[in-house]
Write a protein that binds this ligand. Structure first.
Ligand SMILES: C[S@@+](CC[C@H](N)C(=O)[O-])C[C@H]1O[C@@H](n2cnc3c(N)ncnc32)[C@H](O)[C@@H]1O
Length: 195
C-alpha cells in the first residue's frame, strides 16, 4: 500500500470510530494544505500551533515551510492520530489534548500562527466559544489564525455562527478563493488582529 493510501485508510478508520470528532472521511488535500499554511513566515523562528492535525496533511505543509526553523506544536484529541503523528514527525511537539485546553499546553500570546484542522461545524455553540477563547488567548497580537470550512456546508447554522464569531473576535477576517481541487471543496479563513 502507498503512503497516501495508508493515510486515507487510517483516516477513514478513525472517522468510522469517531464520526463527530473526525467529521470527514478523507484527509485534506495538498492544495488546501498550501492555502491553510500560507501565513507560516518564511524567515525567523516562528511558533506554529496546529489544532486537529489528524494524519498530518497540514503538518507536512507546515514542516516544509519551516524547513527546520522555529517551533511546531500539534494538539490532537485522538491518541491514535497523535501517536502516528509523533512517530512520523519526531521534530514536532505533539500534545494529546482537547484544543480547548490549548492555554494549558502553550504560553499565552506565544503563537505566531495558529492553524486549525478542527471540524468547527460539528461543534456546539459552547464548544466553538471555548475553542476561540483558547485560540485568542494563545495567539500573539501580531499573529494569524487560519481555519477552513467546507463550501457545501457554509450556510449551515454552525458554519454561519463560526463566521459571525470570527468577525467578533478578529479585526480582519479574509476568505480565500474556493479550493475546488479539495475533496470536498473548501475555503480558508485568515484571521488577524485578535480583539
Ligand atoms: C476534519 S479532521 C482534519 C484533519 C487534518 N487537519 C486534515 O485537514 O486532514 C479533524 C481533526 O480534528 C481532531 N479534533 C476534533 N476535535 C478536536 C478537539 N476538540 N481538540 C483537538 N483535536 C480535535 C480530530 O481528531 C481530527 O484529527
Amino acid at each position: 500500500m502507498t503512503a497516501a493510501a495508508l493515510e486515507r485508510t487510517t483516516f477513514l478508520r478513525e472517522f468510522l470510530r469517531a464520526p463527530f470528532t473526525v467529521a470527514s472521511v478523507t484527509p485534506s488535500g495538498s492544495m488546501l494544505s498550501e492555502v491553510v499554511t500560507a501565513p507560516v513566515p518564511s524567515t525567523g523562528d516562528p511558533v506554529i500551533v496546529e489544532l486537529g492535525p489528524g494524519t498530518g496533511s497540514f503538518t507536512a505543509a507546515i514542516q516544509r515551510r519551516l524547513a527546520g526553523r522555529g517551533r511546531h506544536l500539534a494538539v490532537e484529541i485522538n491518541p491514535r492520530f497523535a501517536k502516528r503523528l509523533a512517530a512520523g514527525y519526531p521534530q514536532i511537539e505533539v500534545a494529546v489534548a482537547d484544543a480547548r485546553r490549548l492555554p494549558d499546553v502553550a504560553d499565552q500570546g506565544s503563537g505566531d500562527v495558529i492553524v486549525s484542522g478542527l471540524p468547527w461545524a460539528a461543534f456546539t455553540p459552547d464548544q466553538q466559544d471555548d475553542l476561540l477563547d483558547a485560540v485568542t488567548a494563545v495567539l500573539a497580537p501580531h499573529g494569524t489564525f487560519t481555519t477552513f470550512a467546507y463550501t457545501h456546508a457554509q450556510w449551515a447554522p454552525s458554519a454561519r455562527r463560526l463566521r459571525r464569531l470570527l468577525g467578533d473576535r478578529f479585526e480582519e477576517v479574509v476568505l480565500s478563493r474556493t479550493v475546488w481541487a479539495n475533496l470536498p471543496p473548501a475555503f480558508v479563513y485568515h484571521c488577524r488582529q485578535p480583539h
